[in-house]
Design a protein around this ligand. Structure first.
Ligand code: PLP
Length: 368
């Protein structure tokens, strides 16, 4: 079997699982057979070993540092994906007779609403559905109740390509956000949120780990008779080790946190993300061949939606297939939205975006 190298890699625009930083993959490779003189891989060691104690502590410290998380919040590494949080959050945070307010902005809030409705009374506090989710509801289109258990949003809509730039003001009502696809892509004031969750496979590491950042008092809302694994307090009390956590995923996540530090922290990451998105959107807007249907002020810096003409599906399919052959992978839009989508998460290098724009120019020249 031939050993693989960095030279074998392509530019990966997949929405998730997504591209990871090359230095992270290289470090994991170099430590795979013998992690720090333990004589074994992280995959093979006890989750209660000294070596893993350090990995878990380093992952938590990294998340705390980069998100600037206050001490009254817990940082948890759970399983079940972002999708388990669609149920776990209402199970724990719903207060009897206090409805849950949801601002509906796409496929992922729809999935979350389906679960919320099984557990609690739900109010649609705002929706972008009439506009096909091409923009977020404006402040005057959002109606929040002071009596809500909490307000629920998705900070970045991975499939439709919108992103909250300024979060809704919820006063004393906790704001809960699914940040799966833009966590750690920009500075966020954690104090404004009661709970943040994110599947790791977009900006944090491999799939199999879910990050939950929860204000600790909110975990006390849950009935102690709920199944043990469903309660946030179980995982807070046990430091994410009530049972075996996804050890290797947490290890990679800790390396990604170190990588962010080396890159200059979140402020540097945020700047680079803004630059990558600007280059791509600016090109699309002036191309006369491609089009981004999303309202400019709401455009996601992580997932860029691209259409050709008025939605020429045959040409879009051709684009995706030819791009793949040119070493640009994962550009097909989500099956429910169609078109093309370039996911340009933290680990997508500037060179990847430049290569994409070069390919787009060349394709437009041939087909335009
Ligand atoms: C990817 C994604 C999810 C689904 O995550 P799973 O870990 O597969 O459950 C949920 N919400 C958003 C915003 C996502 O981007």
């Amino acid at each position: 079997m031939k050993k693989t190298t960095v030279a074998d890699r392509i530019f990966n625009f997949s929405a998730g699982p997504a591209v990871l930083p090359v230095p992270v993959l290289e470090e994991a490779r170099d430590q795979l057979l013998n992690y720090q003189n333990s004589g074994m891989s992280v995959m093979e060691m006890s989750h209660r070993s000294k070596a893993f104690d350090q990995i878990l502590a380093s992952a938590e410290a990294g998340v705390r540092k980069h998100m600037n998380i206050p001490d009254n919040y817990a940082v948890l590494f759970l399983q079940g994906g972002a999708s388990l949080q669609f149920s776990m959050v209402p199970i724990n945070l719903f207060i009897k007779d206090k409805p849950i307010d949801v601002i509906h902005t796409g496929v992922w809030t729809k999935m979350a609403m389906a679960e919320i409705k099984k557990i609690a009374p739900m109010r649609l506090a705002g929706t972008g559905e009439q506009e096909n989710f091409r923009r977020l509801p404006r402040p005057d289109e959002i109606k929040l109740g002071k009596d809500a258990s909490y307000v629920y949003i998705a900070s970045n809509n991975t499939i439709y390509g919108t992103q909250w730039k300024k979060f809704p003001e919820t006063g004393d009502v906790p704001l809960v956000a699914d940040m799966s696809s833009d966590i750690l892509s920009r500075q966020v004031d954690v104090k404004k949120f009661g709970l943040i969750f994110a599947g790791a496979q977009k900006n944090l590491g491999p799939s199999g780990v879910t990050l939950v950042v929860i204000r600790k008092d909110l975990a006390e809302r849950a009935d102690k008779n709920l199944p043990t694994m469903f309660q946030f307090r179980t995982h807070i009390e046990s430091g994410s080790r009530y049972n075996t956590p996804p050890t290797f995923g947490i290890y990679i996540l800790s390396l990604v946190m170190d990588w962010i530090t080396k890159e200059g922290g979140i402020s540097a990451i945020e700047k680079r993300n803004a630059l990558k998105a600007k280059l791509l959107y600016d090109y699309i807007d002036q191309s006369g061949f491609y089009r981004c249907p999303i309202e400019k002020s709401d455009r996601s810096l992580m997932n860029v939606i691209v259409r050709i003409g008025e939605g020429n599906e045959a040409l879009e399919k051709e684009f995706d297939q030819e791009a793949e052959k040119s070493g640009l992978s994962g550009l097909k839009g989500h099956r429910s939205a169609g078109g093309l989508r370039a996911s340009i998460y933290n680990a997508q290098p500037l060179e990847g975006v430049q290569a994409l724009i070069d390919f787009m120019k060349e394709f437009a020249r041939r087909k335009g």
